[in-house]
Design a binder for this molecule. Structure first.
Ligand code: CU
Length: 71
């Protein structure tokens, strides 16, 4: 299991947190999504054989938020 941290801009409330969670959780291989609203940190636990960071970024951007960093 891998873990990555993305910094996401544009989340302003728990509804946004839920939206981001909802687009990430169905991606194959994603085992857990942990989001901190205050600093925009999105921690994703996933199986690197099934999904990758590009998919996560695309899903977040499609949902209307901006990925400003990772690491
Ligand atoms: Cu919101």
């Amino acid at each position: 299991m891998e873990k990555i941290v993305l910094t996401v801009k544009g989340m302003t409330c728990m509804g946004c947190v839920r939206s981001v969670k909802n687009v990430l959780e169905p991606i194959p291989g994603v085992a857990g999504v942990d989001i901190t609203l205050e600093n925009g940190q999105v921690v994703i636990s996933f199986d690197a054989a099934k999904s990758n960071i590009e998919q996560f970024k695309a899903a977040i951007q499609d949902a209307g938020y901006e990925v400003v960093g990772n690491g």
